[in-house]
Design a protein around this ligand. Structure first.
Ligand SMILES: Cc1cc2nc3c(=O)[nH]c(=O)nc-3n(C[C@H](O)[C@H](O)[C@H](O)COP(=O)(O)OP(=O)(O)OC[C@H]3O[C@@H](n4cnc5c(N)ncnc54)[C@H](O)[C@@H]3O)c2cc1C
Length: 325
C-alpha cells in the first residue's frame, strides 16, 4: 500500500512513523513553507477528550525518543471546578498555592507541562521536496502525479490552498516574543495567566534571563501574506512579571475550525485530512494522528473530531484557542 502524506509538520511526521512501523510504503511531500522552532509547549492540562489526545501524544514522543523536558506550570485566573476535578481524576499532580513572586493564587502543575523537541521529530522524517496539490482526489507535485493508494492532507495552515475541495478551516497568523527579563526563574517555568491574558514559557530552560511571551491572539490571513504581531502580550505580561525587553518575534501560521477543535477524517474514497490543530498541535497532534491511523487501518471512528461534524458552510468566525481555559 502506497501512502502519500502532504506536509512534514507535526501531524504528517507522526503519521509517517505510524504507517512506516505498520509496514506501509510511505512518502512525505514537503514544500518548505513552514519554519519550525526547536521546542513547543506540551501540556496535559486541557479539557475533555483533548486530555486523552495529549496523553497519547506524550506516549508517542516518549516511544520515539523525542525530548520532553518538564518544568512546573503556574496557572492564574478562575478555572472552572469541573476542569480541575477532571485533572484530578486523571491523577495529574496539581495543587493550589499563593505564589509570592507572582503575587497571586495559582494552580501549580508538576510533570504536567513540558517543552517538546518537535524539530527532532520532524527532522527524522525523510521527504520529497515539492509543493503538492490535490485535484480530483489525486496528488500532483510540479504537475507530475504521485501514484498513491492512500492520500493524507496534513499541510496545516496551507490545507485549504492545496485542494480543490472546500474545507471547514481558516488559516491565521500567531506570534510570541522572546524577551530578556530580570528573573532567571522565568526560563524554568510556564505561566498561564488568564487574569491578565498572556503566557510565559522557558526559551532554553537553563535559568537564563530570557523567556517567551505570547497570548492567544490571532490574525485571520492566508499563510502567504507577511504579518507583524504587536507587543501587546509583552505589555500585559509586564504587569505581573516586571521588566521584559522584547528582542525577537517568533511567528507562523496555524489553522482553525468553526469550533476551534481539530478535524480528521475522510474527504473522498482514498483521500483523508488531519488539521485544525491551531495553537496546540504539539499538545494533541500525534494523538489525533493516531485517530486517523486507526480510521484508515481499522475503520475506527472518534466522532468528536471527525470532519463530518461540520455541515457545508460558507463562512465562519474563528473563536478562542482551545488551550485557553
Ligand atoms: C509561533 C507559533 C508558536 C506555536 N507554539 C505552540 C506550542 O507551544 N505548542 C503547541 O502545541 N503548538 C504550538 N503552535 C501550533 C503548532 O505549531 C501547530 O498546531 C502544528 O504545527 C500544526 O500541525 P500540522 O501538522 O497540522 O501543520 P504544520 O506543523 O504547520 O505542518 C504543515 C506542513 O505542511 C507543509 N506544506 C504546506 N503546503 C504544502 C504543500 N502544498 N506541499 C507540501 N507541503 C506543504 C508546510 O511547509 C509544513 O511543514 C505554535 C504555532 C506557531 C506559529
Amino acid at each position: 500500500m502506497k501512502v502519500t502524506i502532504i506536509g512534514r509538520g507535526i501531524a504528517g511526521s507522526s503519521l509517517y512513523f505510524m504507517f512506516k512501523e505498520a509496514g506501509y510504503n510511505v512518502r512525505v511531500i514537503e514544500s518548505g513553507f513552514r519554519k519550525f522552532y526547536p521546542t513547543l509547549i506540551h501540556s496535559v492540562l486541557l479539557k475533555g477528550k483533548d486530555i486523552e489526545l495529549a496523553i497519547e501524544s506524550k506516549n508517542f514522543y516518549e516511544k520515539h525518543k523525542i525530548p520532553l523536558v518538564y518544568y512546573p506550570s503556574y496557572t492564574i485566573g478562575h478555572i472552572d471546578s469541573k476542569i480541575i476535578d477532571e485533572w484530578i481524576s486523571y491523577g495529574f499532580n496539581i495543587s493550589e498555592k499563593f505564589v509570592d513572586w507572582l503575587s497571586s493564587y495559582t494552580i501549580i502543575g508538576e510533570k504536567t507541562d513540558a517543552l517538546v523537541g518537535v524539530r527532532k521529530l520532524i527532522d527524522a522524517v525523510p521527504y520529497i521536496e515539492g509543493k503538492a496539490e490535490i485535484r480530483n482526489g489525486r496528488v500532483f507535485v510540479d504537475e507530475k502525479e504521485i501514484d498513491s493508494d492512500i492520500i493524507v492532507l496534513s499541510s496545516g495552515a496551507w490545507n485549504r490552498y492545496n485542494i480543490d475541495f472546500k474545507l471547514p478551516v481558516k488559516s491565521y497568523y500567531c506570534w510570541a516574543w522572546v524577551t530578556v527579563n530580570s528573573n532567571p526563574l522565568l526560563d524554568k517555568v510556564f505561566v498561564y495567566d488568564y487574569e491578565i491574558g498572556y503566557y510565559s514559557r522557558p526559551l532554553f530552560g537553563l535559568g537564563m534571563k530570557i523567556n517567551i511571551i505570547g497570548d492567544g491572539d490571532t490574525i485571520v490571513t492566508d499563510p502567504f501574506t507577511k504579518q507583524f504581531g504587536n507587543l501587546s502580550p509583552v505589555e500585559r505580561a509586564k504587569k505581573r512579571l516586571g521588566d521584559l525587553k522584547p528582542v525577537y518575534r517568533g511567528e507562523g501560521y496555524c489553522e482553525g475550525t468553526p469550533d476551534m477543535r481539530p478535524i480528521y477524517g475522510r474527504i473522498s474514497d482514498n483521500l483523508y485530512i488531519i488539521g485544525g490543530l491551531n495553537g496546540y498541535g504539539a499538545e494533541v497532534g500525534p494523538g489525533l494522528a493516531r485517530l486517523l491511523f486507526n480510521l484508515i487501518t481499522k475503520g475506527e471512528e472518534e466522532k468528536e473530531y471527525l470532519i463530518d461534524r461540520f455541515p457545508p458552510m460558507s463562512d465562519f468566525e474563528l473563536g478562542r484557542e482551545p488551550h485557553e481555559l
